[in-house]
Design a protein around this ligand. Structure first.
Ligand code: TYC
Length: 282
């Protein structure tokens, strides 16, 4: 057990050492679960700023696996940073993850409801990859609650080219050790293999929609200022996706990181965090 000092007093947290801020920080850190839409959602929270942020992870992702450098590095005086594990991912288990045709909408409703439950009425969304799709949907569904939106490595539809990429990464035994190990540590090899296969099937469903749409028709409804970031060297998400987003979201800016790949916020964390902080504080 580790005791954390939190704004409202003392909280006791299990397993919290890895979530604590190390070194210089305004140290408040909190992790726990909230009952949301019939499931227990795990989240981490840090910072004391007026501007609340919700970080939305990628496929099978969690705050812990996807957002370490953001939870640690984003300015805690200006921001209160929340990262959540979508249902069936990370520490938001049970339930087992499934992929009904509305799974992105379900994650969007869960994220929005979690923030209400935590007491944040208006906040910004940062979404990576699948989490970016979720964030786009949440911003379109609930414009009154969303201040600003940042998405990277995300797509609003699934093309035949995407389908080929999904199928090329379906077999996790062919993944590099570096990519596979954190997932196997989080889930165990079997849950990871099965759930990844279910994700590939889940995302492939969208090819049955007209134009392969996941959320194309919602983009014009996103009214908040939006930053789309793209890694020029992203092998997973072809550049026609950020292009499409920047052509269909009304108040949008596209920023390309020349050396960035899919995990640009981890690999180039300082540059990414600064870019996002500047955009959010404009
Ligand atoms: N969307 C995935 C995520 O959320 C990343 C991904 C993109 C995986 C394309 C496979 O073919 C793929 N991290």
């Amino acid at each position: 057990m580790v005791v954390f000092v939190w704004r409202r007093g003392l909280r006791t947290l299990q397993n919290a050492a890895q979530r604590s801020c190390k070194g210089a920080c305004y140290c408040t850190a909190l992790a726990g679960k909230k009952s949301v839409n019939g499931v227990e959602l795990h989240y981490q929270q840090t910072g004391v700023g007026d501007h609340a942020l919700l970080l939305m992870p990628g496929a099978l992702g969690s705050g812990e696996t996807d957002f370490g450098p953001q939870l640690k590095g984003l300015d805690k005086k200006h921001f209160t940073v929340v990262a959540f594990d979508p249902r069936g991912y990370g520490r938001s288990r049970p339930p087992h993850r499934d992929f009904p045709s509305d799974f992105f909408h379900r994650d969007a409703r869960d994220g929005l409801q979690l923030m209400q439950t935590l007491g944040f009425g208006r906040f910004s969304l940062l979404g990576w990859s699948d989490g970016g799709i979720t964030a786009l949907i949440a911003a379109a569904l609930s414009p009154a609650n969303i201040r600003k939106l940042v998405v990277w490595g995300s797509n609003a539809y699934v093309s035949q080219e995407d389908l080929a990429i999904y199928n090329s990464v379906r077999d996790v035994s062919r993944w590099s050790e570096r990519m596979r190990r954190p997932m196997e540590e989080m889930y165990g090899a079997e849950y990871f293999r099965n759930t990844w296969g279910a994700w590939v099937d889940g995302i492939s469903q969208f090819t049955h929609n007209p134009r392969g749409s996941i959320c194309m028709e919602l983009l014009p409804q996103i009214s908040c200022p939006t930053l789309v970031v793209h890694g020029q060297k992203d092998p997973m998400v072809p550049s026609f996706h950020p292009q499409f987003l920047s052509e269909h979201i009304p108040n949008v800016r596209l920023h390309v990181m020349a050396e960035g790949k899919h995990n640009l916020h981890l690999r180039f964390a300082a540059e990414f965090n600064r870019l996002v902080e500047d955009f959010l504080q404009e």
